[in-house]
Design a protein around this ligand. Structure first.
Ligand SMILES: [Zn+2]
Length: 457
């Protein structure tokens, strides 16, 4: 194994698109037949939809398989517990004696939905972590502090195991260790890389002097890997982390399952999304979140992500929708790394429909961000009643920049409107506010406000 090669798995990661589609289709046919034969749940679902296991010969045939979401997953899990005494009897395809790991999504609401893995599946997940970190330049000899939740959620143990698999060194402190321990171990082990949520990263930069650790740059970290929250794609957040730690910043996703990606090695402001690194093990589809009609995967397309694990033996997900909206880019990336890219633009729960056009708060944020410092970037969407349908115009409350005078507003608004029309096909009504006047929330700011007419603040 030469350590100078740029990709962990050159053959698969640089596979030409046609060849990859063929590999996906071959694996898909085998997976569908396997799921039908081994999972009572999938068998019943395909029978009800009139799909025979041998009847899936193309991606179009496969698109007739009904989509499954988290609520449905929870229901199957409950039924499985009641009828069979295990949570995965109906969905998992491997017998219990082959299941070696159960992890869960990190969602904080409702009953956790479980991922079940065999030793084969664990090896697949390890391979995906290796592909991501290798692209970022991590090699054996590098020490990585794991400061995400170490609990059973998908980032914890699966991610740590993946690092061990690729031959680098993991220090699994976990966010459970708190600020002091993370800083202590980063110094003690002379760590090269830190993996954490972007908000925890920013908090560490602030806390470093108070914890007697001096400037965060003195830690000597060369990489900061963001995970667990959307901030890793935000140029301002990326810049703050890069400057605060004096490190290269990467955004990455993928825990204990088959959907993985990592951003390019580019300046913090030039976020181009994450390169999809697990195409051979995960079939990605886009659908309209409202109608569930398919959306072609093409440059710039936005839709709800639906994925299917290929070559998975434990609890394979088949046409599974987690409720994430993504945007994709299929043209080759300027960074030179292979693979289509995607960016998580929001949750389907946040989608609004204005005159038949789907609008996402995250997309509005991106348009406004392009006009900084003429605006601060802070904004709210104000609805007269809960969405997704909105009576036009879409009302926005936005802060103008500190140096923007009242006389500059008409020109600013005209420029913004041209951009909104071109990129989002909406023409919002903007109500201007002074910089800093919209409340800031340390955690997740609610971007959508529902204020019945006549009760305006
Ligand atoms: Zn790239």
């Amino acid at each position: 194994m030469t350590e100078t090669r740029p990709l962990w798995n050159e053959r698969i990661e640089r596979m030409p698109a046609d060849e990859m589609r063929d590999l996906q289709l071959a694996r898909l046919k085998r997976q569908v037949a396997y799921n039908y034969e081994r999972s009572p749940y999938y068998r019943a679902r395909m029978d009800a939809a009139g799909i025979a296991p041998g009847g899936v010969g193309s991606f179009e045939d496969f698109a007739r398989v009904p989509i499954m979401d988290k609520a449905e997953h929870r229901r199957v899990q409950e039924e499985s517990l009641e009828r069979h005494g295990t949570p995965y009897a109906l969905l998992a395809c491997a017998p219990p004696e082959e299941i070696v790991r159960i992890s869960a999504t990190s969602g904080t609401t409702g009953i956790p939905t479980l991922y079940t893995l065999t030793a084969h599946d664990v090896a697949v997940v390890n391979e995906m972590h290796a592909r991501k970190y290798w692209r970022a330049g991590i090699r054996p000899g590098h020490v990585m502090i794991q400061a995400l939740s170490l609990s059973m959620f998908t980032g914890g143990l699966p991610l740590s195991e993946g690092i061990i698999h690729m031959g680098a060194c993991v220090v699994p402190v976990g966010i459970e260790g708190g600020t002091r321990r993370v800083l202590e171990y980063a110094r003690l082990t002379r760590a090269h890389a830190l993996i954490a949520t972007p908000s925890f990263g920013q908090y560490l930069i602030e806390q470093c002097p108070e914890a007697g650790a001096g400037d965060a740059r003195a830690l000597g970290l060369r990489w900061f890997f963001c995970a667990g929250e959307p901030g890793g794609g935000n140029p301002g957040v990326r810049r703050a982390l890069a400057d605060g730690f004096g490190a290269r910043v990467f955004d990455h996703t993928g825990g204990g399952h088959a959907f993985h990606g990592i951003s390019c090695d580019e300046p913090p402001e030039e976020y181009k999304g994450m390169h999809f690194v697990s195409e051979d093990h995960c079939l990605l589809e886009l659908v309209d979140p409202h109608t569930r009609a398919p959306i072609a995967i093409a440059e710039g397309a936005v839709g709800e992500m639906v994925f299917t694990f290929l070559d998975w033996r434990g609890g394979p997900f088949m046409r599974y929708a987690l409720g994430d909206l993504i945007q994709v880019w299929t043209r080759p990336c300027a960074c030179g790394m292979p693979g289509m890219r995607f960016k998580i633009v929001g949750r389907t729960d946040d989608m609004l429909i204005v005159k038949g056009v789907n609008v996402y708060p995250e997309a509005i944020r991106n348009v406004l961000a392009a006009f900084m410092p003429r605006v601060t970037g802070s904004f709210r969407i104000v609805l007269a009643r809960p969405g997704p349908k909105v009576d036009p115009p879409l009302r926005l409350r936005a802060e103008h920049g500190a140096d923007t005078r009242a006389g500059d507003l008409p020109a600013l608004e005209a420029d913004l409107m041209a951009r909104f029309r071109a990129e989002l096909r909406v023409a919002p009504a903007i109500e201007w506010h002074a910089p800093g006047s919209l409340p800031r929330d340390a955690h997740k700011t609610k971007l959508i406000l529902v204020e019945p007419q006549g009760k305006e603040a």
